[in-house]
Design a protein around this ligand. Structure first.
Ligand code: HEC
Length: 232
């Protein structure tokens, strides 16, 4: 590992965090994360995320995003922000490079937390939540979609949402394959900020839901609605 780069990131992290640390709520109890369905990693701490699709396969990756979302929301949101969009209280984690180097830095913080002058600015999570939860949360973080790109697509997403909601009532004219393709195209236009290959955007989720049934159109419409209301 490049030691200098490591230090540079450390310094950047300190600067980013310093301004607003006073209000971090370090005293909230960590919430256990149910990691059933993920590959067990054992005692040794790995240095690279085992839940990526190119490591554990697509199903593991999807499961990790789902488990990671709940683990993140219960344990990290209050400081690092909803959907990993930082409100300034702690560093924005979306830019943390989705590779071995970013993984190492991520795990360093996850395991040890961060203490400054005897004050806990970030609690240590390693022993409390364990490694499997740590990588699941990492997977969720690195797959967050670029919010600016989401915003640019918001009119199209809204139009699609309305179409899907209509198909949920009457799907006589609905062409499931074409709808899935359109959603997939939208999803392909939304990148991650970490460099991870696939962003877990609402378009991506909605595309995965479409199976030709009215229930799926309804669920996909709801998924897009949630994404649209979350966008600024
Ligand atoms: C009590 C507030 C708080 C909570 C809760 C918290 N963090 Fe942090 N986190 C911080 C602060 C503050 C920093 C900046 C520390 C520094 O200066 O390096 C930080 C830094 C980090 C970093 C390094 C980021 C960088 O750019 O250097 C990672 C990774 C991280 N946190 C992950 C997490 C994860 C994952 C969780 C949930 C399991 C979490 N944090 C929960 C406050 C928090």
């Amino acid at each position: 590992m490049a030691h200098h780069a490591f230090k540079a990131v450390l310094a950047a992290g300190l600067l980013a965090g310093a301004a607003t640390l006073a209000h971090a709520h370090g005293d909230v109890a960590p919430q256990a994360v149910d990691t059933a369905g993920l590959p067990e990693t054992g005692e040794e701490w790995l240095i690279e995320n085992p839940c990526r699709a190119d490591k554990g396969g697509e199903a593991v990756w999807l499961k990790a995003v789902e488990i990671g979302a709940s683990g993140y929301n219960q344990n990290c949101t209050r400081c690092h922000g909803l959907e990993v969009v930082s409100g300034g209280l702690a560093p924005d984690l979306r830019m943390l490079e989705a590779g071995e180097y970013g993984d190492e830095w991520y795990m360093e913080r996850y395991i040890n937390g961060y203490t400054q002058n005897g004050v806990t600015k970030m609690p240590a999570f390693g022993d409390l939540l364990g490694q499997d939860a740590g990588w699941a949360i990492r997977t969720y973080i690195e797959t967050r979609p670029d919010t600016d790109q989401m915003e640019e697509l918001s009119a199209e997403l809204k139009e699609m949402r309305d179409r899907l909601a209509a198909y949920a009532e009457d799907d006589a004219d609905a062409d499931a394959d074409a709808i899935r393709d359109t959603l997939s195209e939208m999803a392909a236009g939304i990148d991650t900020m970490s460099g991870a290959p696939v962003a877990d955007s609402v378009a991506f989720r909605a595309a995965n839901l479409i199976d030709g049934s009215p229930e799926a159109y309804k669920a996909a419409a709801e998924t897009l609605t949630i994404g649209l209301s979350a966008a600024r």
